[in-house]
Design a protein around this ligand. Structure first.
Ligand code: HEC
Length: 136
């Protein structure tokens, strides 16, 4: 090898070592949740229930603010009709079995949609949703 070739090879090796080191020391960037970074986070339980409610499409029928839309009734003041979280959880799992109540006959006339059963959800998650809904 000529002197120039040795220099070039030396620089190549040095470059590769530095490149490797840089890769090794690079930190994973923390994931950013869009829209979340500006607001102070709500209390943990609430955030959880709310994200479950959005993720499961409840807001698409019951409205972004859960005050109702033409696809479903508002979900405020539920505690007047649901005396316990257990009964509300049962409803969410199997809305059909509650159809005999007058309120639901009325809903049936008013909305073209029906409340889908959420029996595929974890009962713990349904509990969180029910707890949250009963505070509205
Ligand atoms: C496809 C539209 C749709 C979706 C999605 C939906 N609902 Fe409903 N929901 C309805 C309709 C319509 C009713 C009225 C009862 C009926 O006709 O089945 C209802 C009724 C209810 C009621 C009873 C209201 C009362 O007066 O007691 C609750 C509680 C409820 N929904 C919660 C939820 C939750 C929680 C979710 C998400 C996990 C959800 N809904 C998703 C359409 C929907």
């Amino acid at each position: 090898m000529t002197k120039t070739q040795i220099w070039v090879a030396g620089f190549l090796v040095l470059f590769l070592i530095l490149f490797g080191l840089q890769k090794l020391t690079q930190k994973e960037e923390a994931p950013i949740h869009p829209g979340m970074e500006m607001n102070a986070p709500p209390p943990a339980g609430e955030q959880n229930a709310l994200s479950l409610i959005t993720a499961n499409g409840c807001t698409s029928c019951h409205g972004q603010d859960l005050k109702g839309s033409n696809l479903g009734p508002g979900l405020t003041g539920l505690k007047e009709n649901w005396s316990s979280r257990e009964s509300l959880i049962n409803y969410l799992r199997n809305p059909n079995s509650f159809m005999d109540e007058d309120r639901f006959k009325d809903y049936k006339q008013r909305y073209n949609t029906i409340m889908p059963p959420f029996n595929n959800l974890d009962v713990k998650d349904l509990g969180k949703i029910a707890d949250y809904l009963l505070t509205l």
